[in-house]
Design a protein around this ligand. Sequence first.
Ligand SMILES: C[S@@+](CC[C@H](N)C(=O)[O-])C[C@H]1O[C@@H](n2cnc3c(N)ncnc32)[C@H](O)[C@@H]1O
Length: 271
Amino acid sequence: MTATSIGKVYLIGAGPGDPELITLKGKRCLEAADVVLYDELVNRELLDFVSANAEIVCVGKIAGGCAGNQRAIEAMPIGRAREGKCVVRLKGGDPFVFGRGGEEAQALSAAGIPFEIVPGVSSAIAVPAYAGIPVTHRSHAASVAFVTGHKAVGGEVKWGELARATDTLIILMGLQNIRAIMGRLLEEGCEPDRPVALIESGTLPHQKTAIGTVATICEIAEQRRFRSPTLIVVGEVVNLARELAWFERLPGVEMTTRRNYEAESLGGVSI
Ligand SMILES: C[S@@+](CC[C@H](N)C(=O)[O-])C[C@H]1O[C@@H](n2cnc3c(N)ncnc32)[C@H](O)[C@@H]1O
């Protein structure tokens, strides 16, 4: 009886939503996979690249929903690789940007499983780009910070330092805590009229965008019923959306974006 040779795990970034934003390497790995373990935010259209014989499992979890704890998720690719399989662990955006990809890679390393990381297009930059917001700009922003909004209170995120030292803040997982986050920014001396954008389901045809300010965005988020996944962008670059919003003008893209801009002249930056 011959021993089964060990397989390999590819930790792949699926991109932010638009299925065409996966990398060529990511697509090639999907085509070759025996097993695909994917997260909830991953666009299901990407599964069309997977062979009909492959095992496909949704192990995903999004804010509020849970389909298994992190330890169980980490054990799955290890078990399949020990059976000699080529395993793809497909994660939204980039696996190492707020995706627990670091923890999953550490678990593979500890278990002695060979692995590769295939970076992805993170929502942190792609979603603002689809809303016409460059995260840096020579005239408006020389620095950008990616921040978790999950930990709005407590000392883990240094809101004061971030607000003072960084031109653009990109806040992921922040919608549920938006009141606490904007409150912390104001407390720390952030100007109330600093522009803020909310972008829901960015890069997808139903992308929804709203523009306001640190002082007004919470009310806008409630009025416009923003839902997860939503990205929050704070900074002067948000104003460029007026000129650069391109995606909403494409045929086939829903009109939610433009309608929201009109609504925002209520209390935010008029677009
Ligand atoms: C757990 S983080 C994962 C981020 C991912 N690793 C990345 O690089 O994009 C999930 C958060 O990313 C943001 N996000 C991901 N996809 C998004 C999308 N299509 N539109 C808006 N926000 C998105 C939301 O803030 C969401 O709560």
